[in-house]
Design a protein around this ligand. Structure first.
Ligand code: ADP
Length: 486
């Protein structure tokens, strides 16, 4: 089976969130199956070019040029390839006028940029692979036009190619002005309420949902939630109409990167069987963030994009109460200025117990998670969420809002059973400060008064199989069903 993945972010080359992590890890997990060849395509964003340059990566020109119909003319895409390292192939689609720019998104012409990327991949895949791909797997709105082009402008070589679209976050839909359609070489007939029309514009994601053979999202709970008005981001009725081809597959974690026994960004290493290194990580990160070490004061970590989705306003609401209970907070994130400001003033008011770093820093993210006893993920909605899995892998017990993938990955069977090493963490049902504080109080009481039970819980969360093996099997099963036409 030949599978191609298209994504705008692929770790380690570039990532702004979980999408990059997933597309960075899933192809290799799929390729572990004997009969699957996987190729990943991503745009050669300037940040990717810089990443490759600083690492002296071996990138070669495949010599392939694709003439992409756009704006009534054609633009040329070059296909470059990372030197194969035995795993899946990685192809960079180079359209400098579109992608040699700072940052990733928000350039005003994103519709044309990612439309051109999708078209270039569909036109270039067969010459590149030597044979047509059996399956096109697109991720999020940036590549949701791939299934649309496959239906509307199917290259003859791809007559039998099928498609899967994964929604990593329904809140981002790629809504564009409708007058983009002719520029994208797409018929205006697609601007229909039941196809791509969205409040007078067009939604790439909506079109992709119609055109693809299967839609997945990144947890079973989120797959049900997005069928409701509360979580459907105005696409719930559309999704209900296509619910027959929707399923949820929980993400895995890149357990090689998130391995506390080997991760180079950590000052000491540890494992479920030997937690001595975790105490060293804890002291070191407290010092790095400017807080004193104190074995009797629990450390709570937060690593997150600062957006409304993540429920961090609730964390801000409860910080004074957590501080009164003697806890310390390590916060890393960047995003909405209002949240950055709230965290900054709380850190200034409680300099001995709250430390904040504003920014995106992969190494510090590892160190904070490794040094934390507890990890807060109070998201209002969460398609899957990776940080709670990263926390569990590093022995930081998650406190989560019971929603989406958080509900699916963190079972909370009650305090007694948690202390016997069953379940994974502390969940609250209502996204309110009271809900979060109720769960935090349960966790703090157990952390303080039942160290043996806590050790059992930490050992249990660290010993889970959070790898990509199981999700990869679920995707392969789906691919086979799609190709069999069932
Ligand atoms: P989302 O994709 O909605 O941001 P996820 O939990 O799925 O949320 O994935 C977030 C990823 O980004 C995780 O790998 C997390 O460790 C990482 N991350 C988030 N914020 C930061 C930050 N400020 N610095 C470093 N890594 C971060």
């Amino acid at each position: 089976m030949r599978v191609i993945h298209l994504a705008s972010e692929v770790a380690p080359f570039c990532k702004t969130g979980g999408l990059g992590d997933v597309v960075g890890a899933l192809p290799a997990a799929l390729a572990a199956a004997d009969d699957v060849q996987v190729t990943t395509f991503l745009p050669l964003h300037r940040t990717v070019r810089e990443w490759l340059g600083t690492r002296d990566a071996d990138v070669r020109d495949t010599g392939l040029r694709v003439a992409v119909p756009l704006g009534g003319g054609r633009i040329t895409a070059r296909l470059l390839e990372l030197a194969p390292s035995g795993g899946p192939r990685t192809i960079f689609v180079d359209i400098p006028s579109f992608f040699d720019r700072p940052g990733l998104y928000g350039h005003g012409d994103d519709g044309l940029r990612y439309g051109a990327f999708c078209r270039a991949v569909l036109l270039g895949a067969t010459p590149l692979l030597g044979e047509p791909p059996d399956l096109v797997h697109a991720h999020d709105w940036q590549t949701a036009l791939a299934p649309v082009y496959l239906e509307a402008r199917r290259p003859p070589a791809l007559a039998r190619t099928r498609s899967v679209l994964t929604i990593h976050n329904l809140a981002y839909q790629g809504v564009m002005p409708a007058d983009l359609m002719p520029l994208l070489d797409l018929d205006e007939g697609l601007i229909r309420f039941d196809i791509m029309e969205f409040h007078g514009g067009v939604s790439f994601l909506k079109g992709g949902i119609v055109a693809c053979d299967a839609v997945t999202t990144v947890s079973p709970s989120y797959a049900s939630e997005i069928l409701t008005p509360a979580f459907g981001c105005h696409l719930d009725a559309h999704l209900r109409a296509h619910a027959g081809k929707l399923e949820g597959i929980i993400n895995g974690l890149d357990v090689l990167e998130w391995d506390p026994a080997t991760q180079p960004a950590l000052p000491a290493h540890f494992s479920a069987g030997d937690l001595a290194g975790k105490a060293v990580c804890r002291s070191a990160v407290l010092e790095e963030m400017g807080l004193a070490d104190d074995p009797d004061s629990p450390v709570l970590g937060v690593v997150s994009r600062f957006t409304g989705q993540k429920g961090l306003d609730l964390v801000c609401d409860v910080i004074p109460a957590l501080v009164r209970r003697g806890a310390r907070l390590l916060v890393l994130g960047t995003g909405e200025p209002a949240l950055e400001g709230r965290f900054a003033s709380l850190a200034a008011r409680h300099p001995r117990q709250v430390a904040l770093r504003v920014g995106f820093d992969g190494g510090l993210a590892h160190r904070i998670v490794a040094g934390s006893d507890l990890f807060l993920v109070p998201s209002r909605f969460e398609p899957c969420g990776l940080t709670q899995m990263q926390a569990m892998r590093y022995g930081a017990v998650p406190i989560v809002h019971a929603v989406g993938g958080l509900r699916d990955t963190v079972a909370d069977p009650g305090d007694e059973r948690l202390m016997q090493g069953q379940g994974q963490g502390f969940r609250f049902e209502h996204a309110t400060a009271q809900g979060l504080m109720w769960a935090a109080d349960r966790a703090l009481a157990r952390w303080r008064h039942d160290r043996q039970g806590w050790a059992r819980l930490v050992a249990a969360v660290m010993s889970q199989d959070l790898s990509w093996s199981r999700p990869a099997r679920a995707y392969l099963d789906l691919y086979r069903r799609v190709l069999a036409g069932s």
